[in-house]
Design a protein around this ligand. Structure first.
Ligand SMILES: Cc1cc2nc3c(=O)[nH]c(=O)nc-3n(C[C@H](O)[C@H](O)[C@H](O)COP(=O)(O)OP(=O)(O)OC[C@H]3O[C@@H](n4cnc5c(N)ncnc54)[C@H](O)[C@@H]3O)c2cc1C
Ligand SMILES: *[C@@H]1O[C@H](CO)[C@@H](O)[C@H](O)[C@H]1NC(C)=O
Ligand SMILES: *[C@@H]1O[C@H](CO)[C@@H](O)[C@H](O)[C@H]1NC(C)=O
Ligand SMILES: *[C@@H]1O[C@H](CO)[C@@H](O)[C@H](O)[C@H]1NC(C)=O
Ligand SMILES: *[C@@H]1O[C@H](CO)[C@@H](O)[C@H](O)[C@H]1NC(C)=O
Ligand SMILES: *[C@@H]1O[C@H](CO)[C@@H](O)[C@H](O)[C@H]1NC(C)=O
Length: 627
């Protein structure tokens, strides 16, 4: 036992040391400029891996490293929250296994460079299999499927938008799971518990009763408000749209993004929830540790522990109480399937012994986003030097403190939305034509060039369908845990054509917005050229835009639902309302995989709530004095 402690403490020592360095650092403009230069070079040349063989062990030997009460697989958004909350119980030993490392770079704190982070070794580098209904104007008809590795998970490289969805979403979850504890009234306290809300932009309407103070996650707005945000909100006012707090009583309306940054700096979910508690003796974090399997007793169907690789060696660890799977929306189903939990036929095809026949990976959802509607303007852009922007960043303000070039957002309902959910999200970005964009999104040059056409000095109004009907899959390529999973988004494929119709309505609404007096002041004009593959359609006709959408819509990375919760596994549910895998004991899933329906937009806020709820549920299961 002593040896094990030593082993673990050597492994975590590295990350604690890095943490201290961070506290001592005060970056200067010159240092940031050097970091930007290095990251630019990396992002423009980085070749993504196509598998996880870097984690492959050097021999077949397996070393046992003993036992922990809870073993958490993946230290991402959900894993960080759960580790923080479970380690509050000092008598419980917690082990987090994370494939990536602890990331501590001033560069990562600048949201304005978010896209560069996705093109670095923080990224797993997943892509979809070739698509037939979306992403057609992308290399190999493949959508990118960005996910990050490292403590904090995909919050290391994401846009830090904080959003929860519509209150009725959670009432619907209570119905689906047959468990009233998921109703909005019951989950609102959990949303508030995580949050430390700060009103920085006084133009933002706030419904204070929906917000928390003093939680781990700082939530704020970018300041100062930029021209594009103000214009976007004015245009919406002229269309009769209410300006609202989208995290209040209704999500429908236009608003300013709430970001989970702290004084304008990226705060990963690891920074927020785990760095304050790293000194807890019962919290153990092993980075660069790649889980290949959950070990399950075939007779009792009890999860016993986990096998993982680290620096060429293979280890086995026991979970005295439970294994908690939070490896994200692609790898959580992958690990379940590798462990014998998944669709029976598929597992047999892969040569994997079936432990539990469940429809794992069969209901993947993502929101199609069209970012290629470039519009020429005569807008005068403020002249800002990099030095000036960095100076502002060091003061917690300015354009580098947000991931998109505007903070304005609108959540709306199309004519096809039968309930009261937002199914469309819009935001306007000031954009420039760039080879980097082509690399980041994975465009073909031909499609990208045609979408720009003769547009200059452009803005792009992005259209998301945030409540789509189509769904796709995650499957194994083989029984080899070092193969990447096969990701098929299958967006905009529903037989009724609902998702396409919503996106087309979105295009029309963009043109409505451009006709408002506010937007007319920047003289908006569409000067794109006909896209390759759409030449046969009459330019800018309905048929043309349908073709345009299939060529240019891609994944928005709000992926969910690969292990949905529900009441009945025969209807596709993988976990019950307490997030326990059906038919298997001592195994929970508690990340983006479990969302049973869309929550209309950016999922991190909701995933954090789910993780808070998972931790409370586990505490109530094992500590009878907590109700
Ligand atoms: C570019 C981009 C922008 C986004 N912007 C926003 C936004 O602004 N707002 C928002 O709400 N959402 C945004 N999202 C989505 C959001 O980041 C994700 O939905 C969220 O991070 C998912 O949380 P998770 O806990 O399910 O998984 P993750 O945060 O991805 O964590 C999973 C963790 O598990 C680890 N892991 C995986 N497999 C293994 C293994 N075999 N062994 C050990 N560890 C493993 C991974 O390395 C990772 O750290 C964005 C996503 C992307 C890609
Ligand atoms: C596209 O497909 C070709 C042929 O299968 C392959 O060689 C190439 O690596 C693929 N490119 C990407 C970016 O996946
Ligand atoms: C697009 O063009 C640029 C510049 O010519 C080139 O470097 C890049 O490889 C091209 N990308 C693709 C996907 O063909
Ligand atoms: C699937 O496995 C085959 C055979 O090993 C390999 O060639 C292929 O690249 C893999 N596909 C993916 C998406 O990893
Ligand atoms: C842009 O065009 C609009 C509409 O024609 C006009 O009113 C406005 O003055 C122009 N602005 C600039 C900066 O040229
Ligand atoms: C773009 O410019 C070219 C050359 O000036 C012109 O022939 C073409 O019609 C323009 N296309 C659009 C869509 O405005």
């Amino acid at each position: 036992m002593e040896l094990i402690k030593l082993f673990i403490s050597i492994l975590i020592f590295g990350s604690l040391k890095v943490e201290e360095v961070k506290c001592a650092t005060t970056a200067t403009v010159e240092e940031l400029e050097r970091l930007i230069e290095a990251a630019t070079i990396e992002a423009n040349s980085y070749e993504f891996p196509t598998n996880a063989r870097i984690y492959q062990p050097e021999n077949n030997e397996i070393e046992d490293i003993g036992s922990f009460d809870f073993v958490i697989i993946g230290g991402g958004v959900a894993g960080s929250v759960i580790a923080s909350r479970l380690s509050e119980i000092r008598k419980w030993s917690i082990l987090v296994l994370e494939a990536g490392t602890v990331v501590n770079s001033e560069f990562n704190a600048m949201l304005g460079y978010t896209a560069f982070l996705a093109l670095s070794d923080l990224s797993w580098g997943f892509r979809s299999v070739p698509q037939t209904t979306a992403c057609l104007g992308f290399v190999n008809q493949s959508c990118r499927a960005f996910r990050a590795r490292g403590m904090g998970g995909t919050s290391l490289i994401n846009g830090a938008v904080y959003e929860r969805g519509m209150p009725s979403t959670f009432d619907e979850w209570a119905d689906i799971t047959n468990d009233p504890t998921w109703s909005y009234d019951n989950v609102l306290p959990l949303f508030k518990k995580s949050e430390d809300f700060h009103l920085r932009n006084p133009n933002t309407p706030v419904e204070w009763e929906y917000h928390g103070r003093g939680g781990y996650l700082n939530v704020e707005q970018k300041i100062p408000e930029d021209f594009m945000t103000t214009l976007f909100l004015q245009g919406h006012r002229e269309l009769g749209t209410d300006i609202i707090d989208y995290n209040g009583r209704s999500q429908l309306g236009a608003s300013i993004f709430q970001l989970y940054t702290k004084n304008g700096r990226r705060q990963s979910v690891y920074d927020a929830f785990l760095t304050p508690v790293l000194r807890r003796q019962n919290l153990n974090i092993m980075t660069e540790s790649y889980v290949t399997k959950i070990n399950i007793n075939k007779l009792t169907k009890r999860a016993k522990g986990v096998t993982f690789t680290r620096h060429g060696r293979t280890f086995r660890v026991n979970a005295a109480k439970e294994v908690i799977l939070t490896a994200g929306v692609f790898q959580t189903p992958q690990i379940l399937m590798l462990s014998g939990i998944g669709p029976k036929e598929h597992l047999l095809d892969m040569g994997i012994n079936v432990i539990e026949d469940l429809e794992v990976g069969s209901k993947l959802k993502d929101d199609p986003i069209c970012q290629a509607l470039y519009i020429s303007t005569n807008m005068t852009r403020p002249v800002e030097t990099l030095e000036g922007r960095l100076q502002q960043f060091l003061n917690g303000e300015g354009s580098l403190t947000q991931a998109y070039s505007t903070s304005g957002v609108a959540f709306q309902k199309s004519q096809f939305e039968e309930q009261n959910y937002a199914d469309m999200e819009f935001l306007a970005a000031t954009v420039q034509r760039s080879a980097f964009d082509v690399r980041y999104a994975g465009w073909t040059n031909e499609t990208y060039d045609a979408a720009w056409g003769n547009n200059t000095n452009a803005i792009a109004i992005n259209i998301h369908n945030v409540n789509p009907r189509s769904s796709g899959t995650v499957r194994l390529n083989s029984s080899d845990p070092f193969d990447y999973p096969l990701i098929d988004f299958n967006m905009m494929s529903d037989p009724e054509g609902h998702d396409m119709a919503v996106l087309y309505e979105g295009i029309n609404r963009v043109f409505d917005l451009l006709r408002t007096p506010s937007f007319q002041k920047i003289n908006p004009e569409y000067r794109g050229s006909p896209l390759p593959g759409c030449e046969d359609q009459q330019f800018m006709s309905r048929e043309y835009w349908y073709c345009f959408l299939r060529q240019t819509c891609t994944a928005s990375f709000h992926v969910r639902g690969t292990c949905p919760m529900g009441a009945d596994p025969s209807e596709g549910a993988i976990v019950d309302s307490r997030l326990r895998v059906f038919g298997v004991r001592k195994l929970r899933v508690a990340d983006s995989s479990v969302l049973p329906t869309s929550m209309s937009g950016h999922p991190v806020g909701t995933i954090i709530m789910i993780a808070e709820k998972a931790a409370e549920t586990i505490k109530s299961d094992y500590l009878p004095y907590i109700s």
